[in-house]
Design a protein around this ligand. Structure first.
Ligand SMILES: Cc1cc2nc3c(=O)[nH]c(=O)nc-3n(C[C@H](O)[C@H](O)[C@H](O)COP(=O)(O)OP(=O)(O)OC[C@H]3O[C@@H](n4cnc5c(N)ncnc54)[C@H](O)[C@@H]3O)c2cc1C
Length: 378
């Protein structure tokens, strides 16, 4: 196992960042309400622009995984905004293009993401292809220098406010399922793209169905070789399950500390069962942070792409997050169960964590087969 130790340069990076955050954060405008997606887009892109102007815009791709981790740790600790509406651009599509794109593609798509000018969404899941993503049927056939794409996607987060979509299509229906897929960059304003928002139980239209009707996408928008999209997708998913949630662990530890303080103030602390639960969660989030560091050092040793340890992290983190917000309900009491309170929304959102980016069942299968070496299921 590789051990993570910070170098003097990395500690210096941390100190400079901390100083910058202290003077930059008070200048931020007020945060828009959770369901104002155009407002959130503007706010999140504005924050990315501030990072870019200060020299931190590229930290998600150009910095080493360790520096990225320090960045996430410090921004969370300071209460800075997270990547928000451009989660996909900054943490999935961007790193994938950086790792797999040509020099031309990198020059075309990465700077607008870094400057906070463009938002990306992820068009992977389909109504009959979620856990079994390789069953996807959205079809793309070649016509000159374009693909003509027809099909539909679902659960496409932030599609309504996105400029681009990282889109998985089937380019060879005759090939074995995993070998006939390609990864395309789809402009969301292309003719034939229709976005129909879906509302969550918390009332937010944060994702959508996307319908594609004979949409022409230039062949130059394909990242990776034709029919090699499954391999490119595995790179995207390793970023999604690996380092993309890392900053949130720090945020959860902050919430936990606040809960312990609240429990001391409102008398709930006298309950030994609650104290045990808070203590166990504290141990869990500490362990998750160590696991993140371990995953990052492994990624560092293997060229920057997180490995299967990402699935262990995703599995444990998503369940710990749900338990954290259940515990919050216990500490705060039923009279605080009000949808206007941010932590109630956080609890509802936590429900999605064991589904999004691959369900817990799927992560367990990955851990069983690829880490524990158990026999493959049929
Ligand atoms: C908040 C949120 C945001 C999302 N954002 C996006 C996005 O931006 N882009 C995108 O493409 N997708 C997105 N998704 C979709 C997400 O990736 C899928 O929901 C997920 O992969 C599960 O697929 P499914 O919903 O089709 O469920 P299914 O695959 O139909 O699974 C249903 C149930 O069966 C279980 N199951 C299925 N197969 C197996 C198996 N082989 N072994 C054991 N159990 C199994 C699952 O674990 C699950 O409990 C998002 C989802 C959520 C909740």
């Amino acid at each position: 196992m590789t051990d993570l130790a910070y170098t003097p340069e990395e500690e210096e990076f941390r100190a400079r960042l901390r100083e910058w955050l202290a003077q930059a954060l008070p200048a931020l405008p007020a945060k828009p309400p959770p369901d104002d997606w155009p407002g959130r887009r503007a706010y999140d892109l504005g924050w990315q622009r501030m990072l870019y102007d200060a020299g931190y815009g590229e930290v998600h791709w150009d910095a080493s995984p360790t520096v990225r981790l320090i960045f996430l740790e410090e921004t969370e600790r300071a209460g800075a905004p997270y990547v928000g509406a451009n989660f996909v651009g900054l943490l999935h599509a961007g790193p994938t293009i950086a790792a797999e794109g040509t020099a031309e593609q990198r020059a075309r798509w990465l700077p607008p993401i870094l400057r906070g000018e463009q938002v990306w969404c992820q068009g992977f899941s389909e109504p009959d292809a979620g856990s079994d993503l390789a069953a996807l049927r959205t079809r793309a056939y070649r016509d000159g220098d374009c693909y003509v794409v027809t099909g539909s996607k679902i659960w496409t987060s932030h599609a309504e406010v996105a400029d681009w979509c990282e889109l998985l299509v089937r380019t060879d229906p005759a090939a074995p399922r995993h070998r006939g897929i390609s990864w395309l960059a789809l402009p969301m304003d292309a003719e034939g793209v229709t976005v129909r928002p879906l509302r969550t139980l918390a009332g937010s239209a944060e994702f959508a169905e996307v319908f594609l009707d004979e949409v022409r996408v230039p062949v130059a928008n394909r990242v990776g070789a034709e029919n090699d999209g499954w391999r490119v997708t595995m790179v995207t998913l390793s970023f999604e399950r690996g380092t993309a949630f890392a900053g949130e662990v720090v945020a959860c530890r902050r919430v936990l500390a606040e809960l312990a303080r609240t429990a001391r103030g409102n008398g709930r602390w006298d309950d030994p069962a609650l104290r045990r639960r808070l203590g166990r969660l504290d141990a869990e989030f500490r362990a998750l942070w160590r696991l993140t560091q371990w995953n990052v050092s492994e990624a560092e040793a293997s060229g920057g792409v997180p490995g299967v340890g990402a699935s262990v992290f995703k599995l444990r983190y998503s369940h710990a997050r749900q338990e954290l917000y259940d515990t919050a309900a216990e500490v705060l009491g039923p009279d605080r169960l009000d949808l206007d309170r941010p932590w109630v929304l956080d609890r509802l959102n936590a429900l999605a964590y064991t589904i999004a980016a691959g369900t817990s069942q799927i992560q367990r299968t990955i851990v069983a087969e690829r880490i524990l070496g158990l026999p493959r299921g049929r």
